[in-house]
Write a protein that binds this ligand. Structure first.
Ligand SMILES: NC(=O)c1ccc[n+]([C@@H]2O[C@H](COP(=O)([O-])OP(=O)(O)OC[C@H]3O[C@@H](n4cnc5c(N)ncnc54)[C@H](OP(=O)(O)O)[C@@H]3O)[C@@H](O)[C@H]2O)c1
Length: 298
């Protein structure tokens, strides 16, 4: 599609995703016509970054744009869509990873084409998100073939990888949350343990990050199950037992989670071929096979 054929884009909600996407689209040659957000400062900053007009009402975005992105929190999408009038000449897109197009039943009933555009990426801070976006998978869906083709072209223009999903989007989002958000939770726990060594969580995190990057790199290069290393992969039952003893002392609340993760690691080690069935059984035994075992351990 030549730049002249590109649709005018609009954004309602200048949070981190709205601001980054608007700027990225502008950088990729899309005309970003208008941005509305309730917070004047954020609205102005997003508009500046996308060379767009900051407009006082959400309805103004619909008037000025062909494709309107509703980059508001998930729980505000339906109400935001209901707060403006739509028509057949407009398309409206949400960025909620877990929800289907049903979320936009309101605009659709008024004739608008509706779509979903979900970057499979973590937008924690704007500058970093801008850097992370190229190369990311972006899942798209649309009520019309024309909008789907439009969204696919947009993903490509951002340097992303278009991904059309079939099935329950909540499953896809569950996978993303486990891989991204709960990695943060695990690092919070892991780095916090460094307090026991007289070091701060920040120092712990700095020391752990090269290990995490190396692991992610291994996953990229050699995949699953080959990327697995450590005591379960080696069948070092004594080391696992020491961990459980230490957990009781320093983080008893994490014992159940540790054991569940360790149990789930055994089949990966088996698949890698580093341990055999007998070692797997002994490992499982040392972790307590019985349901409710952890409750009993308190
Ligand atoms: N963050 C991520 O990593 C990520 C990744 C992929 C997709 N997404 C999706 O992108 C969408 C936007 O997420 P985000 O992280 O950019 O959210 P966010 O940073 O919280 O920004 C959303 C913005 O929407 C505006 N807004 C409008 N109505 C609102 C209301 N009723 N309550 C609160 N804010 C309201 C707020 O700006 P004003 O106060 O100025 O109106 C707010 O800054 C969501 O659908 C999310 O699932 C997020």
């Amino acid at each position: 599609m030549k730049p002249a054929d590109r649709p005018r884009l609009g954004f309602i909600g200048a949070g981190v995703v709205g601001t980054v996407l608007a700027g990225a689209f502008a950088g990729a040659g899309y005309p970003v016509a208008a941005i509305h957000s309730r917070n004047a400062e954020r609205q102005a900053a997003a508009a500046r970054g996308a060379r767009a007009r900051a407009v006082p009402a959400a309805q103004d975005v619909v008037a000025l744009a062909d494709v309107v992105f509703l980059t508001v929190p998930d729980d505000a999408i339906v109400a935001t869509a209901a707060g403006v009038r739509w028509s057949r000449s407009k398309a409206v897109v949400h960025c909620n990873g877990a929800a289907s197009l049903d979320l936009l039943a309101g605009p659709r009933s008024q004739g608008a084409a509706v779509g979903a555009f979900h970057p499979l990426q973590s937008f924690a801070a704007e500058e970093q998100a801008r850097r992370n976006l190229p190369g990311s998978a972006i899942t798209i869906d649309a009520s019309t073939e024309a909008l789907l083709a439009e969204l696919e072209a947009m993903v490509v223009a951002l340097g992303g990888r278009p991904l059309a999903l079939h099935g329950d989007r909540a499953v896809y989002h569950l996978s993303a949350v486990i891989a991204s958000n709960y990695l943060v939770t695990l690092l919070d726990l892991a780095a916090g343990l460094w307090g026991e060594l007289g070091l701060s969580k920040e120092e712990g995190l700095r020391a752990l990050l090269p290990l995490v990057r190396g692991t992610v790199e291994n996953l990229d290069r050699v995949g699953l199950p080959a990327a697995l290393t450590g005591p379960i992969a080696r069948g070092d039952i004594g080391t696992i037992q020491r961990h459980l003893e230490v957990l009781d002392r320093v983080a008893p609340e994490a014992r159940t989670m540790y054991k569940e993760l360790a149990r789930r690691t055994i089949p990966i080690a088996l698949a890698k071929g580093r341990i055999g069935a007998a070692t797997a059984r002994r490992l499982a035994g040392s972790l307590g096979d019985e349901q409710g075992d952890d409750d009993a351990c308190g």
